[in-house]
Design a protein around this ligand. Structure first.
Ligand SMILES: Cc1ncc(C[n+]2csc(CCOP(=O)(O)OP(=O)(O)O)c2C)c(N)n1
Length: 645
């Protein structure tokens, strides 16, 4: 027998259901998500928690005319299922499948793509303001989590709402969890509301009143009526003082109550904040028991909730966590700071081992960078561990506070390079944005052991330093007992080539940055089969670049190649090209990296293949470059000899 979910082609099909049918549909969606995500992985916990809220939103409002904004938008899977994207959701985050976030180019129901936290309220306010300017009537609804209130930008929006519009609907989805347990004073404040004796005693009364507000009633929210409803709901001075009309807490799993409250908000002529309580992972025992790993997870066994793991070596983030925890044992000045990503950055172990030197500041990268700057001025060594993509938020603080003041902050950029989440999460801009900043050194390790040496070197460096490393398994090399201090700005020649005249015209030096070094070695092997001699270099330092090694090689080979897990525009290659120009090295530069576009989601091998980040493609380009150089040199020199550079 077909399910109700089978009949849902779009929001119109949701609107014709009874409450009982909506409740059945909620259950079917739960089962669908648990099953699909057990194969694909994805944001299971947040989506299981938001099913009833999303159903009620589609029941009351008219998407796509009415606009739904979702903060981070990792909780948008249910919305996708209700807007004709069930087949895409079955291939969640896979190459050619659904984007794991709202994505404007995927559906007319997605009005703003996001993946970073704290954007929904401001974008929604922009839309509401534009609606008022053009005189149209659509509803703008911003759904944001309790952890979005740890982002300063959310407060910038709240502060601005009454100044811009009279009609605005915010739904605060409070499940007490960020990825880990939510932190900070706002979180405590929300908890106070929930545990307020008022709430418990009045909750039943509230529900009774809501029952009386008949479905389909158009409630004209006169001041009196508002007061009547509000009297039964715990007041919140935080929102009220900002001129916002707060209603809550509301049971976020009671579809009937939600529909009535949303209808009420729809008819209100004031900015409204609805405080909805939900349970992350609702309906799936393993996700309830372990909300943190099930926030965003890989494939799992449905019955046991165990994750399907591979035998790959430890991931870079885990290696980082272990190394920095170990380093903090001997260096009592090390302090680790995370912006709500303690497990993601691998710092959970550090938090346990050194609780007095660990700070989770919430989703507040700008604050985290300033906080680190402050700490560093008092003789401590802050380790600012933030994903490359989220660090974009703190760029001004890096330039204006950390580097201008030449402060010894260790900036550790996880997820540098492409990741499977897609364009919101790729860390492919950090070389470009770090390169122009004075005083900063930046590096990337080739393996775990060098990672240890680099962290050690950073811990001894008396100025700002940054290190980038990717997502996924590290190579799996053994880490030596005692780290070694590296010479700043010195590259490592992994393999020398033949530089003699015997190979003239057939010599290349390949610089493989960090996780691209194995591809550089593979490229060298392919070229050697054709009699081309290839040197392979591990740059170690992006800034300062080892210009001595570059010059030596540049004067002894016929072509230089760079490989990087970063966009080509402004990437490592452009630093090399710049130096080649200064050194007057007139030989071709072959570049491999990501093109000048937003890269989609999918597995890393699929993405690399599609965008030609492969050894084969690099070798092909090098052969071409050598051919062109030969032709040009012969043209320049009628005797047919190669011009020496
Ligand atoms: C700027 C930024 N920093 C960090 C993250 C990583 N992140 C993704 S979801 C999330 C927690 C969101 O919690 P909340 O807003 O309460 O929504 P919930 O997951 O509970 O539904 C975090 C920290 C991010 N997406 N953006």
């Amino acid at each position: 027998m077909g399910t109700i979910l089978d009949t849902i082609r779009g929001p119109a099909d949701v609107k014709r259901l009874s409450i009982e049918e909506l409740e059945t549909l909620a259950q079917e969606i739960r089962e669908e998500l648990i099953t699909v995500l057990s194969e694909t992985g994805g944001h299971l916990g947040p989506n299981l928690g938001i099913i009833e809220v999303t159903l009620a939103m589609h029941y009351v409002f008219d998407s796509p005319k009415d606009r739904f904004l979702m903060d981070v938008s990792h909780q948008s899977y249910v919305h996708k299922l209700l807007t004709g994207r069930r087949a895409l959701v079955k291939r969640m985050r896979k190459f050619g499948g659904a984007c794991g976030f709202l994505y404007r180019f995927e559906s007319e129901h997605d009005h703003h793509g996001a993946g970073h936290a704290g954007t929904a309220l401001s974008v929604a306010l922009g839309m509401a303001t534009a609606r008022d300017m053009r005189g149209s009537k659509e509803n703008i609804i911003a759904l944001f989590g309790d952890a979005a209130l740890t982002c300063g930008v959310s407060f910038e929006a709240l502060n601005n709402i009454t100044h811009c519009t009279k009609k605005f609907i915010g739904i605060l989805n409070d499940n007490k969890w960020s990825i880990s347990k939510n932190v900070g004073a706002i979180s405590n404040y929300l908890n106070k509301i929930i545990t307020h004796p008022y709430y418990n005693s009045l909750h039943k009364k509230t529900t009774d009143v809501l029952q009386k507000l008949h479905l389909g009633d158009v409630i004209k929210l006169e001041k009196k009526a508002e007061a009547a409803v509000k009297g039964l709901i715990v007041p919140s001075s935080l929102f009220e003082e900002m001129g916002l009309h707060y209603f809550g807490p509301i049971d976020g799993h009671n579809i009937k109550d939600l529909i009535r409250m949303f209808q009420f908000a729809k008819d209100a002529e004031w900015p409204v904040i609805l405080h909805v309580l939900t349970t992350k992972g609702k309906g799936y025992e393993p996700a309830l028991a372990r909300p943190e790993p099930f926030h965003g997870c890989g494939p799992y066994d449905i019955k046991t909730g165990e994750f399907k793991t591979s035998n790959a070596p430890d991931a870079w983030n885990k290696v980082f966590g272990n190394l920095i925890t170990k380093l903090a044992e001997t260096n009592q000045k090390l302090v680790a700071i995370t912006g709500a990503m303690s497990s993601g950055t691998g710092l959970s172990g550090f938090a346990k081992a050194h609780p007095k030197r660990f700070y989770d500041v919430g989703i507040a990268e700008e604050h985290a960078a300033l906080f680190a700057a402050g700490i560093s001025t008092m003789g401590f060594k802050p380790v600012l561990a933030i994903y490359s993509t989220f660090l974009q938020r703190a760029y001004d603080m890096i330039i204006h506070d950390i580097c201008l003041n030449n402060l010894p902050v260790m900036i550790c950029m996880d997820r540098s390079g492409c990741v499977d989440d897609g364009p919101t999460h790729h860390g492919v801009f950090d070389i470009a944005y770090m390169n122009p900043v004075p005083n900063l050194i930046q590096m990337q390790p080739k393996d775990e052991d060098e990672f240890q040496d680099m962290l050690f070197t950073m811990s001894l460096h008396n100025g700002p330093s940054a290190i980038r490393y990717p997502r996924g398994p590290a190579p799996g090399v053994k880490i030596k007992e005692t780290p070694k201090q590296l010479e700043i700005g010195k590259a490592e020649v992994i393999k020398h080539g033949e530089y003699s005249d015997k190979f003239k015209g057939k010599r290349v030096a390949i610089w493989g940055l960090g996780n691209m070094l194995p591809m550089a070695l593979e490229t060298a092997k392919l070229l050697e089969k054709d009699g081309i001699s290839a040197a392979v270099i591990n740059p170690r330092f992006i800034r300062p670049l080892d210009t001595g090694t570059l010059e030596f090689l540049g004067r002894n080979v016929d072509c230089i190649a760079t490989l990087e897990d970063h966009v080509l525009r402004g990437g490592f290659n452009s630093i090399v090209l710049d130096e080649m120009h200064k050194l007057n090295l007139q030989i071709p530069l072959v570049t491999t990296g990501w093109p000048d576009e937003y890269i989609e989601w999918g597995s890393i091998p699929e993405l690399r293949n599609k965008h030609h980040l492969t050894a084969e493609a690099t070798a092909r380009k090098i052969r071409e470059a050598l051919k062109v150089k030969k032709a040009v040199d012969q043209d320049r020199n009628p005797l047919g000899e190669f011009a020496t550079v």
